[in-house]
Design a protein around this ligand. Sequence first.
Ligand code: A3P
Ligand code: MG
Length: 455
Amino acid sequence: MTNKRDLSALDPPVDTERQGKRRHVTADSSDRKLELAFPSTSQTSQSKPVPFQQPVSLITFSYTPSRKLEFNNSALRYYVNPPRNANLRHGYERWIKRPEEKGRIDGLLRATSKLRNDMNAGASKGVDWIRSIGVVSWRGVMTKILTAPYEDRDSWEMNVMAIDGTMYFEEHLSDAKLVEKEDMAPHHRLQSYYGYSFESWCGSSKPEMPENLEGQPPGWGGDVDTNVQWCSVVKTKLGDTRMVIGGEVDCVRNAFTGQTSDFVELKTSIAIRGPQDEARFEKKLLKFYFQSFLLGVPEIIVGFRTPSGQLNTIQLFKTAQIPRMVRGKPNAWDPTTCFAWGQQFFAFLKSVIHPSAEPIAEQQGNVTSALRPQVWRVKFEPRVGVSVSLLGDAGVSEIQAGEDRVGFLPRWYWDEVQTYSGQISVTTQAFDPTHGKGEAPGTSSAQGMSREWQI
Ligand code: A3P
Ligand code: MG
């Protein structure tokens, strides 16, 4: 049974008008770029809140040190209080850092595929289930989408494909961006480590019993290996779009019962020294909130640290109460704005990506072409909005990076969908408006659509 978490039950909407920053975007019909203007952060009071269903955990899995995905809880950690004044630099030299990689959703697809198969048992239940899912995405991608109304610094890019009625998302990280991420400045690298180190100090292999490892300070949970992750896959629903979302869960409280109510998110932040730090922290709470909310994580434990990595204090935040805490503050944000924007974003994408026309194979009898799916690039620019464009062959090759993929999906997953999808509703390159004279179905009026979706 699922509970509806109606956000109207939270706080009254906050007026966070930032009109000076908002810009109007016009679609450029010449390159068929479709655009959705930057969302207003001031309209929630007039509109009906978009409901977001309480996430329900479907399955968990672990990545081993060799990055093997296993459907077990080998990487699960139990929360324990960290030692007072713990040194977050401890073990830095021994950090096994997972290399930066493209935002593949292969692990999540493994889980989705397993769920469908387990449900199936020869019948069509699993197929019906996956067909009812509108969006499959990692939690990080969803957080980026939903927090876009308040993002004023970082742009992002995503690749999107729609197969058999489901949209699949991956973050687009170009080779240049990957090199940039890998080549972190030493002080950033160290700061990043503090977060992982906090996870080690707060994690144990046994409930309520801090580790006591030979040759290590008491409470140290083990050297950090960022290949190792424990992940949960949940189902939820935003407005009328059902979603399957996966993400890493830092640890659980007490014994793990399979419910999201046990989940705990760990975060670190610089200790708050004044109003400026406080405002910065409240802004960070937006990301903390969505990151946790999307997986149904009910509590976040923040370790406040010194600049040089000594743990000062820890504070527990109840995820559901965070919006109330920022209400009326200078950097206030309102989750209802984010959910309203999210609903518009997915409706917009759906209207672009799911054309209503018949599959091309039936129109042209060209089966090969029908099996070449479209890959869309979604770009977000802070204070401007989102643009969507169809990738050509070069763009698709770039994201495949020589791997055996159909679009960005692993071929095995694609093949699976083929086997159960008698009437695959994929759109094809033959519809590609950038390649031919024909119009992409549903995209014949780029400007009209853009206007329609301006908020
Ligand atoms: P903190 O969030 O405590 O800073 P997450 O909490 O999202 O699972 O991330 C765990 C840790 O990964 C973060 O801890 C941070 O140290 C590191 N991390 C996450 N995103 C990062 C980024 N974009 N750049 C550098 N480090 C990052
Ligand atoms: Mg964390």
